[in-house]
Design a protein around this ligand. Sequence first.
Ligand SMILES: NC(=O)c1ccc[n+]([C@@H]2O[C@H](COP(=O)([O-])OP(=O)(O)OC[C@H]3O[C@@H](n4cnc5c(N)ncnc54)[C@H](O)[C@@H]3O)[C@@H](O)[C@H]2O)c1
Length: 454
Amino acid sequence: MTTQPEKIKILHIDSNHPILWQQLEEVGFTNEADYKSTKEEIEAKIANYSGIVIRSRFDIDKAFLDKATNLQFIARIGAGLESIDCDYAEQKNIQLIAAPEGNRNAVGEQALGMLLSLFNNLNKADREIREGKWIREGNRGHELDGKTVGIIGYGNMGKAFAKKLRGFDVDVLCYDIKPMVGDANAKQVTLEELQQKADVLSLHTPWTPETDKMVNTDFINAFAKPFWLINTARGKSVVTKDLVEALQSGKIKGAGLDVLEYEKSSFENLFTDNAIPKAFQYLLNADNVLLSPHVAGWTFESHEKLALVIVNKIKAVYFESEVVKQEEKRVTGIGGVFFKSENPKALRDWYKKYLGLPTDDYGCSFWWKDTAGNDAMTQWSPFANDTTYFEPSGKQFMQNFRVHNLDRLLERLKAEGVTLVGEPAVYDYGKFGWILDCEGNKIELWEPIDKAFL
Ligand SMILES: NC(=O)c1ccc[n+]([C@@H]2O[C@H](COP(=O)([O-])OP(=O)(O)OC[C@H]3O[C@@H](n4cnc5c(N)ncnc54)[C@H](O)[C@@H]3O)[C@@H](O)[C@H]2O)c1
């Protein structure tokens, strides 16, 4: 977009971390706040704004969008966009911006915290001690070690939770409607396989017609073993009444619920009226149930991270022109092919003798010219079988890709949920960073200084 920033008026209808306002102002946008007006009042003036920043105050539906005749973007300070009619907004060319990168770590940590608290009866034991009860056998815990954790919905949040589980000796499975989303932290399986194997189920799906009331009696009974349930996704994906029956029968051994079927879509209140449903009353009295008020993604750190992610994405809408986006190729070529060998020296000698490669102790360097006419190098190297350089990948080979801007690429890959390995390293012949692909193969990324080898 080429509009001048000062012409872009942004309406903030929820309060956020001050860094958001401040940084938008710094680049020249005009900010206005209106945290109090009703939806109707905002609708009456929304045509004056190019952008709106919202958390969860109200739904943005067709009627609202029809009145927002000059709107260019909607930024939601949060992970999901369920409260926005996304299809209609896209038809109107309105860019939708969310910030799952800002609170996914928080959700991953809370899901893990809930699981460990349930496994070890921490909340129950704490309550009992406060009541003067010292019950040890009744608080014997379970260990996560050796269990299978099933994740449904392997996007930002699911991946963040799987990453937190890395230090535990657990098998992590994921089920997702998108193919090929599994990675080194979770193996993608069918729903049936997950239901056969899981000891723990953690939900990380958005609220859609398919996930609405997804966890019901039939779904629960399809699990082969009794299991623990963690829900930090959306309350309406679990039928509370059916969950209660499963808790009573022992099919569900315990539940950690950060979200509830009964909470309002603004997440600010529990009930629309004062009546407490019977199933919820059961949860309130159950020792093996842990409840929290939709705060999995709500940390001091995520407050700031969400604001920063949003501000950067808004800036990108206006300042990152198409030319820049195209110019910035992530990978510019093959930097090297590395593989394990029984006897690297004998192999290097073989390639020298029969294929004429000018090998040295490191293998062989191929020189070529890039499109700008610069000398560029690609390395071919056998490594000893016992090398640890390809770890954590167990594969026999490792690819090295030449990249344009390593720091920026690693930052982007991290934000996109790709697993980074170790810390980047800087040598006089370039910068190196390492990532894993979706099968757990380690890839070396190299921002080369080829002339250092000349
Ligand atoms: N409790 C909190 O504070 C909190 C914070 C952040 C996000 N959330 C919630 O977590 C959920 C996930 O957020 P995200 O940012 O990871 O979303 P995401 O879009 O990155 O990932 C969701 C994944 O679920 C998959 N999916 C969709 N429908 C499915 C289905 N029927 N079966 C299996 N997989 C399906 C999608 O393909 C996607 O990979 C959302 O409901 C979000 O609102 C809660």
